[in-house]
Design a protein around this ligand. Structure first.
Ligand SMILES: Cc1ncc(C[n+]2csc(CCO)c2C)c(N)n1
Length: 228
């Protein structure tokens, strides 16, 4: 099955996500509030594009099963994930003006762009493969963290989001859809797309720890010089 192959090939990347300092600090309660705030605002941009990508992929498919599931995914994302985030924003006093003033950071931008490219080059099946690690990895992380939880209430709420039954239900639907759209002809391309999304999931945590932005620092200016 496609999902068995995908899981086997991304084990090391997923393990690195599960052990990433962002996750271990979130669980221990030592993650700085500013880091979590930054993550939520970047994730807001990500989720907005994530929902749009479901609709764009549905627009390109002629298969009713694919169309219906992607449209349902876009709708439940609007009602679920994005709505949940609003309560987080309220609790942390993140205002719409603040969100609007921040653009997607390089890693967030690259991750989103990767999924757009997957849709362009491999069609709706490519988008499904590119979107899948997002559903699946977060379910695994939610499950792993649920055992001990976090002493910080808002971090515990974040964990609860991904360990909820309705959430794991959506994840299983997405796994089934990926296996449905995978064929012998497109499997290699879909695996490559899935792996890159898994890589970007790992980088997304690091982006938050670094509070990455588009400014030119001495470090990236120097490395740009040494390359050219
Ligand atoms: C970078 C990033 N990756 C994955 C998720 C998790 N996620 C986003 S949409 C969705 C499906 C519907 O809830 C899930 C699980 C996230 N929030 N941010």
């Amino acid at each position: 099955m496609f999902t068995d192959q995908a899981h086997a090939q991304t084990q090391a990347l997923w393990d690195a996500s599960k052990r990433h300092p962002f996750i271990t600090q979130l669980q221990a309660g030592t993650l700085p509030a500013a880091t979590f705030r930054y993550y939520l605002i970047q994730d807001h941009h990500y989720l907005h594009e994530f929902g749009k990508l479901h609709d764009l992929a549905a627009d390109q498919s002629h298969d009713p099963r694919v169309v219906n599931q992607l449209r349902a995914g876009a709708a439940s994302l609007r009602d679920g994930e994005i709505a949940v985030r609003q309560t987080f924003f309220d609790r942390l006093n993140i205002t719409p003006a603040e969100v609007a003033a921040v653009t997607a950071a390089p890693t967030c931008y690259a991750y989103i762009s990767h999924i757009y490219r997957a849709l362009l080059t491999a069609g709706p099946a490519g988008a499904v493969a590119g979107l899948l690690p997002c559903y699946w990895l977060y379910a695994e992380i939610g499950q792993a963290l649920a055992g001990t939880g976090s002493p910080v209430p808002i971090y515990q709420s974040w964990i609860d989001t991904y360990n909820a039954d309705d959430y794991t239900g959506a994840m299983h639907d997405q796994l089934a859809l990926a296996n449905y759209v995978a064929t012998p002809a497109n499997t290699d391309a879909l695996l490559a797309i899935f792996k890159k999304s898994s890589w970007y999931e790992l980088q997304f945590w690091q982006m938050a720890l670094d509070q990455e932005d588009w400014s030119i620092t001495d470090a990236n200016a120097a490395s740009a010089f040494s390359r050219h």
